[in-house]
Design a protein around this ligand. Sequence first.
Ligand SMILES: C[S@@+](CC[C@H](N)C(=O)[O-])C[C@H]1O[C@@H](n2cnc3c(N)ncnc32)[C@H](O)[C@@H]1O
Length: 462
Amino acid sequence: MALRTAEVNMSIDVELTDLAYGGDAVGRYEGRVLFVPGGIPGERVRVEIVEERRGHARANLLEILRPSPERVEPAFPELTNSGCQWQHIAYPAQLTWKAHIVRGLLVRIGKQPDALVHPTIGMPAQIQPWHYRNYAVFTVSSAGEIGFKLMESHDVQDLDECGLLHPALDQVYQLVRHKLMDYFGDTLGEMLQSVTIRGAIGAVSSTVAGMASSSIKAVPTLLILNARPGSMIENPHQLAQELMTIAPGIVGVIIERVGGRYGRVFVGQEYLTDVVLGRRFRISADSFFQVNPIQTSVLVEQAMGMLDPQRSEVVLDGYSGVGLFSTFLASQASRVIAVESQPSAVMDARAGSTLNNQNNITPLEGTLERILSQLHYRRERIDLALVDPPRAGCHPKALQALQTMAPRAICYVSCDPSTLARDIATLCAGNRYRLVAAQPVDMFPQTYHIECVALLVRVGTK
Ligand SMILES: C[S@@+](CC[C@H](N)C(=O)[O-])C[C@H]1O[C@@H](n2cnc3c(N)ncnc32)[C@H](O)[C@@H]1O
């Protein structure tokens, strides 16, 4: 039943009972579902309905009538509407809610009524779950503000510091921001579209305390500026040269789309070399790499523990990026076939094999759906598979090929539990695979985003 028009903009009191994937608290009003950003289950709140959609409505929080004991003061309120939707929830509760959401999705979408979901592995207790990122993209608005895009809007939240970036990279951000404002003045918004900062934190420290430390002053850093289409930056080389010297640790400055889509100017290196659990990885500006260095090690350990490749086995690493999982799989297995569609990441994976003295990884460039069908046609054997797709999940043809090639186990690493659940439903249909367990790993504290590793085994395999 749609809400009556009179109910929009009306203020009502509701009990919040759940949290949805997407971050909103959930309540009910006259039998209909209400989504309330900023609420916490267990709270009684006064809200104003602002939007009605088929079967549900969205409401703004006006007043908290009975707060949850899990409510905390946001550390960076300016980030609430640009990504940190859960900073009003105490960190231990964020972890509990993430596991609850994964379980709910696996039951409902994944059709796994008995899904075993382990408690979320959070950031180590001795560090604050902030300043954890090695990578951030800051948008430049046409008015010259620099910061994060606001959710469901094209506006930019102007930020002069960033509570999500590692302290050393936040320092770089602040210096770069001032430099760009000085350099371009009033024309900043006409000239630039975004500024990306990416640092190799694992290259300067391997311990948790070290990786979180604000005493690290110089993290090897790449700075990537995207020129606004149609803009004409005068002497981009000089700008890149000047940016190279403004903060310790900057190893390369890249300006993209200078004078057109393919124009690229760079000074210094075009890539970083990062370290995870003692292995080295080359990461180019366009290649994907995990953004939370402390939790990346945990993710790798979880996936390796679940899959446990044997010496004689051939392992598929699907959506392999620069070869993060391939590298660890290759130390245990006979061979790893690494499939990745982004050319720069495939080149990085090749370079990474050399850096780590590994000769049993075969990086293949192309989509997993296409390459798997070729491998199947050539009757290649795959004993185990790891897949780590983007948020959209696996292509249906890739899932179909996996079912046909029937590896004894599949480790599915996912950054979106709703597509994970959908793909698990497909893989388990027809009783071909069964879900053993899912393990959420918190890569994105203060946000509703959930990383999860799930193990599926072929039915009939011990
Ligand atoms: C979530 S990232 C995972 C990368 C890597 N496993 C890691 O942890 O660093 C997903 C990767 O899949 C790649 N990709 C996207 N669509 C693809 C497709 N259809 N086939 C193969 N790779 C794809 C992206 O370029 C990206 O590198």
